[in-house]
Design a protein around this ligand. Structure first.
Ligand code: AHR
Length: 495
């Protein structure tokens, strides 16, 4: 029997709702078809945004959405995406399939989408191929309420009032697709571009996000932090889980054996090590901890589904992805004191999506249900918690990883939320939970579980979904439970 302790006396930090954020790039069928179908589409929409997708994302509790990239951001020229749609410049989306981008989804459409979703905004600017002036004018266009050329242009295009911009990214993957820069050079550029990203409303500071490291590139973190620590509010780590570790043959989203399953979970668990180590580097450069960590791209990355455009990064999603999502969100919760935001890649039809579409059809993936189950953690207070766990071994990685991962939070009424993943594809786990100094009145629970290959598709849309969980026994100060293999469980504990 594993021991699980939740300590309501140990209130660690507020869990920023933006840890549950999402990312939508002009890539494949994410924005176009997945979200935006245009006003004249047969698919029910409001101002071009498909209603089924918007409703599902709202129900899931989407707190913030990053746009327009990704690699696309450093080739995007925002002025091509405003004004009369018939006059908008067409461009080649060179990174993603070489398709024509007609710019029909631009700045106004993005803010309209976020208005419909009721979520916060995170726009990523172009350092790689854009000028300081272009970036500066975009900020002016989006946020200035007075008289100026860009504010007038925005009004002419239909938005009298400025948009509400919460986060602004100064470049994306500047170590790679965003310009192949060295950290020192990028750090200097950040300072230069950022100087002209004005806060036009003194009451609304736009959080500035610097391009952070790829995976375990600690040198990047150190050198960029050294330059940006006085100006950036966040530095953005990117880490993808590639089961085979080989970008040429990443592995299939749906066909995998036990070793590949274990390797996927083991590699996803690396997020814990990356966060801990990057924070240590950040703290050594900036002990005052002015800069927060952001993980604005994460998730599984497999080979594309057969017969689909390799540049569109379309992949299915199984219970394996649900486990990756559940354990990763638990890791983020545990670091709530230093992580400001995280954004899974990507919202619809690209990589580890929460939604897949096929024309007018839409399905929710196992990952969707995890985000929905965890949504009460948003803005709750992280509690001290600890679980004993057997270790599992990834044969392919020659490395151990824990079978159980958990986090716990409390809301303002004192209700405790605990989310646990059983990362094993074969073994259940017995746990005994004690909530310190607490008389437990009642407990409800729900579970997402299934054989690790199980998925939803357009024939069986609800094969995997959350159901009530009853295999637990309430004790006066906690509970005992059997957590099935390959499952994500949420306990709601009332005192
Ligand atoms: O999410 C897909 C791509 O992965 C993004 O465009 C890029 O930033 C990263 O390499």
């Amino acid at each position: 029997m594993e021991k699980y302790l939740i300590n309501p006396n140990q209130k660690i930090a507020k869990i920023n709702k933006d840890l549950y954020g999402h990312f939508s790039e002009h890539l494949g069928r994410c924005i176009y078809e997945g979200i935006f179908v245009g006003e004249n589409s047969k698919i029910p929409n409001v101002n071009g945004m498909r209603c089924d997708v918007v409703n599902a994302l709202k129900e899931m509790g989407i707190p913030v959405l990053r746009w327009p990239g990704g690699c696309f951001a450093d080739e995007y020229h925002w002025k091509d995406g405003i004004g009369d749609k018939s006059q908008r410049k067409k461009m080649i989306n060179t990174h993603w399939g070489g398709v024509v981008e007609d710019n029909s989804f631009g700045t106004h459409e993005y803010f309209e989408l976020c208005r419909q979703l009721g979520c916060d905004t995170y726009v990523n600017g172009n350092v790689g191929s854009g000028s300081v002036q272009e970036m500066s004018e975009w900020i002016e266009y989006m946020t200035f309420d007075g008289v100026s050329p860009m504010a007038e242009l925005r009004r002419k295009n239909g938005s009298e009032k400025p948009f509400n911009l919460k986060y602004f990214g100064v470049g994306n993957e500047s170590w790679g697709c965003g310009g192949n820069m060295d950290p020192e050079y990028y750090g200097c550029l950040f300072k230069r571009y950022n100087t002209y990203c004005r806060d036009y409303d003194s009451k609304k500071h736009i959080s500035r996000i610097a391009c952070g490291p790829n995976s375990c590139d600690y040198k990047w973190t150190r050198e960029v932090m050294d330059k940006v620590k006085h100006n950036a509010n966040g530095i953005a780590l990117h880490y993808y889980t590639v089961p085979t570790g080989d970008w040429g043959h990443k592995g299939s989203a749906t066909v995998f054996d036990k070793n590949e399953y274990d390797s996927t979970i083991c590699k996803a668990y690396k997020m814990e090590e990356l966060i801990t180590n990057h924070l240590a580097v950040m703290d050594s450069v900036n002990p005052e901890k002015w800069v927060k960590l952001i993980v604005d791209e994460w998730g599984t990355w497999y080979d594309v589904e057969e017969g689909t455009n390799p540049g569109f990064l379309y992949q299915q999603n199984t219970m394996r992805d649900a486990i990756v999502a559940g354990l990763t969100l638990n890791i983020f919760n545990k670091h709530a004191d230093r992580i400001m935001m995280a954004n899974i890649a990507q919202t619809v039809n690209v990589l580890q999506s929460v939604i897949l579409t096929d024309g007018e059809k839409m399905i929710k993936t196992p990952t969707y249900y995890v985000f929905k189950m965890y949504k009460e953690h948003q803005e709750n207070t992280l509690l001290g918690s600890y679980i004993t766990t057997p270790m599992l071994n990834s044969v392919n990685d020659k490395k151990d990883f824990p079978q159980l991962c958990e986090s716990a939070s409390v809301d303002e009424n004192g209700t405790v939320y605990s989310t646990i993943t059983n990362n094993s594809s074969t073994k259940s786990a017995k746990i005994k939970c004690q909530v310190a100094d607490t008389k437990v009145e009642s407990i409800t629970a729900e579970i997402l579980t299934g054989e690790c290959h199980e998925k939803n598709d357009f024939e069986e849309t609800e094969n995997v979904k959350t159901v009530p969980f009853t295999d637990f026994r309430k004790l006066k100060d906690g509970f005992t439970a059997i957590i099935p293999a390959c499952s994500v469980v949420k306990f709601v504990i009332n005192k």
